[in-house]
Design a protein around this ligand. Structure first.
Ligand SMILES: [Cu+2]
Length: 159
């Protein structure tokens, strides 16, 4: 027979297990329903109105800037991507930005960026207003170099 304290601990931990598992299950179902193509848990969260966002992927340092700030819908915006190797050398690539909304089909909106200087790419585009009122967007930067494409998604909010 177990001492009373031990029994109490056991039944507590049994209850504690169930809640996170249920929450995880709901979360997985939501993720599956909303975002089949991109795992948004792995996406860099970008506070774009505070300045450029940066992430490191496969020996690349990728930064994204969108101006003017605050970033608003239905307005011409400048998208700037900077690519450096982890050794700070500029990267020569073909770069485009795909604008999508997590869990929603908003139509294709791809901005082809042009190389402006070593490792710096720029292009203009418009983020449409979402009929649902949602403000969360995903900018996926496609970087093609030496026959390979690396896709780098950033999540950000528009005004
Ligand atoms: Cu939408």
């Amino acid at each position: 027979m177990l001492p009373a304290t031990d029994r109490a601990t056991r039944s507590n931990s049994g209850r504690l297990y169930r809640l996170p598992l249920a929450a995880l299950f709901v979360l997985l179902m939501l993720l599956r329903a909303s975002a089949p193509a991109v795992d948004d848990n792995a996406v860099a969260w970008c506070r774009i109105n505070d300045g450029p966002c940066r992430t490191a992927v496969q020996n690349l340092i990728v930064s994204l800037d969108i101006t003017p700030r605050p970033v608003m819908t239905m307005r011409e915006l400048s998208f700037t991507v900077s690519l450096l190797t982890t050794a700070q050398a500029p990267v020569d690539a073909a770069v485009s930005v795909d604008l999508t909304m997590p869990g929603m089909v908003m139509g294709r909106n791809t901005i082809i960026l042009k190389s402006r200087s070593a490792g710096r790419y720029e292009g203009m585009g418009v983020i449409v207003r979402c009929p649902s009122g949602e403000k969360l967007w995903r900018a996926t930067i496609d970087i093609r170099r030496a026959g390979r494409t690396v896709s780098v998604p950033f999540l950000f909010e528009v005004e």
